[in-house]
Design a protein around this ligand. Structure first.
Ligand SMILES: Cc1cc2nc3c(=O)[nH]c(=O)nc-3n(C[C@H](O)[C@H](O)[C@H](O)COP(=O)(O)OP(=O)(O)OC[C@H]3O[C@@H](n4cnc5c(N)ncnc54)[C@H](O)[C@@H]3O)c2cc1C
Length: 467
């Protein structure tokens, strides 16, 4: 690894890879780290399946990005299968390679571009084998073209719901229904979405992909139970109000062998929390994320943040922010002049995209009622088997901060370290205490973020290992 590169970029999705390429244009070398097997991030994820049938609704920009990175291999040290498990306020990083070795890096500047995580709303039966996150189903398609044996019911909200349904259907999956908590967008929302005709056209294409195959979309509805002996055999669907809380009204039971769930995405804040950045809650941007100045610099000096990790904006926003962050880093290193024009164009693009993003969040952004289907006995933290009732009991016992609730119940302390359950724990706490979600706060992050063999930690310099 080029330990002397002045810049380390974490995440080789659209934001991080674009930042690396822009820095290369300014003659600045970087180390680009990603835990995946190839660049592209979530949206342009690839795999062995590139020999298989084409995946519908994908664009060619992922392949272009990978070709560009390979062409700049002399100046971009792109490391796949490298996970950053520690990032500290002085910009030191711990990098886990191949799950076995941990190295320490100490660059002059860091760009965090770690993207988003999915938002789940636990309902009875959601821990059964055969229940997937929408992103998980999509990752299976992208990497191996695997399609589950139907009937498949997908539930949640947001663009990923329709995209995954349309992609599965195009690969021949038997999709029996899509259950969408959001209603039809209002005429005003459609008008604002039309400010980006290309993006709106993509959304319409997903919808059309379902309609022309006769796949029903149950709008203003949510899956409130997944039934079956072991694997699912059916789901119960209820109408929801404008907060997405299930209400009185006809319930329908739909046959389902496989269920996909997902209520949109939220910023992955693990590393920015660890580094001590200030965070803010913004519902239209998917909840908590680190604050940034217009140059994408966080409250920690020389620590920049681009893409969905800094608030949900989608791929176009991620591409623009990657350029802006790279330009700011280049200026900090005294080499920024060449990127100024490109950064100014990216800033204009960001302004153009705001209207679209706001309308999208207003239509399908996650609402507080989604946890109403989660009963006292529903498991919320699936790593540690913590039920909703146990979280409610901890709150009733006087633990109103998320840290003590986590320590008392072990919710979020398992293998995934709260990547899956944190939004649900926060929402349960908000509902039990009657406080707004924004006041519940975020759990503390600690290094190493993932389980690391002790042997690997021992390879760190003595003073760091002792820490
Ligand atoms: C599951 C899922 C599926 C999605 N699918 C689509 C889609 O099909 N179409 C679409 O338009 N949008 C999709 N999105 C939204 C998508 O996140 C954005 O549109 C876009 O990919 C954001 O780009 P980014 O560069 O900010 O982040 P990402 O593309 O998410 O890239 C971040 C990269 O950082 C890596 N990473 C994270 N943490 C670490 C770490 N600690 N160490 C090393 N590497 C790390 C990740 O593995 C990933 O490769 C999806 C989001 C999710 C969560």
């Amino acid at each position: 690894m080029n330990a002397d590169a002045p810049v380390v970029i974490i995440g080789a999705g659209p934001a991080g890879a674009t930042a690396a390429l822009a820095l290369a244009e300014a003659g600045i070398s970087s180390v680009l780290l990603d835990d995946n097997g190839d660049a592209g991030g979530q949206v342009w994820r690839t795999g062995a399946a590139d020999q298989g049938p084409p995946l519908a609704y994908t664009d060619a920009r992922g392949d272009e990005l990978r070709r560009d990175l390979a062409r700049h291999g002399d100046i971009i040290d792109h490391r796949t299968g490298h996970e950053v498990v520690g990032l500290f306020p002085d910009l030191r990083l711990w990098v886990l390679a191949g799950g076995e070795t941990v190295t320490s890096l100490h660059p002059k500047a860091v760009i965090v571009a770690t993207g988003a995580l999915e938002v789940f709303a636990p309902v009875p039966g959601w821990t059964r084998p055969g229940v997937y996150g929408l992103g998980g189903l999509q990752a299976l398609m992208k990497t191996s073209r695997a399609v589950p044996d139907g009937p498949v019911v997908l539930g949640g909200a947001g663009p990923l719901l329709r995209l995954v349904a349309a992609q599965l259907a195009a690969l021949g999956a038997e999709i029996s229904a899509v259950v969408d908590a959001a209603p039809w967008p209002s005429p005003g929302q459609v008008w604002r979405l039309a400010s980006q005709p290309g993006l709106l056209a993509k959304g319409v294409a997903f919808e059309w992909g379902l309609l022309r195959r006769g796949i029903p979309i149950h709008r203003g509805s949510a899956i409130v139970e997944i039934a079956g002996d072991d694997e699912p055999d059916s789901v119960l669907v209820a109408p929801v109000d404008e907060t997405w809380k299930p209400v009185e009204g006809p319930r329908r039971r739909l046959a389902a062998r496989v269920v996909g769930l997902g209520y949109g995405v939220r910023s992955n804040v693990e590393l920015t929390r660890l580094a001590g950045c200030e965070h803010v809650f913004s519902a239209p941007r998917g909840g908590w994320h680190a604050t940034r100045d217009p140059n994408m610099e966080t409250t920690v000096e020389n620590l920049f943040l681009a893409g969905d990790g800094g608030g949900i904006g989608g791929v176009e926003v991620a591409l623009a922010e990657g350029v802006i962050a790279a330009s700011a880093v280049a200026q900090r290193l005294g080499r920024g002049d060449g990127l100024k024009t490109k950064a100014a164009k990216a800033r204009r693009r960001l302004v153009d995209l705001t209207r679209f993003q706001d309308a999208l969040a207003e239509w399908s952004g996650v609402r507080p009622g989604i946890l109403a289907g989660c009963t006292e006995d529903t498991i919320v933290c699936r790593c540690e088997d913590v039920k909703r009732g146990e979280i409610a009991a901890a709150v009733a016992a006087g633990y109103t901060d998320i840290g003590p609730v986590k320590m008392n119940t072990r919710a979020g302390m398992g293998l995934c370290q709260g990547r899956t359950c944190t939004p649900a724990v926060q929402a349960i706490m908000a509902s039990e205490t009657g406080t707004p979600l924004a006041e519940v706060g975020l759990p503390t992050s600690r290094a190493p973020l993932r389980p690391v063999p002790l042997e690997a930690l021992a390879q760190l310099p003595q003073d760091e290992a002792a820490e």
